[in-house]
Design a protein around this ligand. Sequence first.
Ligand code: RB5
Length: 145
Amino acid sequence: MKNFRIAIGSDHGGFSLKESLKTALTSESVSFTDFGTHSEASVDYPPFAKEVALAVLSGKADRGILICGTGLGVCYTANRFKGIRAALTPTKEYARLAAAHNNANVLCLGGRFQTPAEASEIVKTWLETEYEGGRHDRRIAMMDE
Ligand code: RB5
């Protein structure tokens, strides 16, 4: 797997899956910074999504992974930041296309819907898929206009 620096964050609904993914990333020698949350105690998801988005935009991280109960709340929040292309990826094929066509720089997962094994395969697919460029460059540029 490429030597990406990952910023990872979750709310309480994604905490358990975040911990599993950290183990999977470590076993693949992918470096990460954990922006929290650090327990199952109920928290609001926007501040965690914001920190991960800012880490990616500032270049402190190459990519971000965000997890809440559904993946939706963190995805909406991250996409408020210009330059972030956050993708909700229920399956590996979504992850492949999010990388190949949308050059997604943040992956969003649902801690209440995806098993650790599924999530780890989804993340691996996203990290290993190359962005295709070409016609997609124009479309991505249009997002930021
Ligand atoms: C928290 O209960 C839940 O709303 C949150 O994790 C997420 O699913 C929101 O989109």
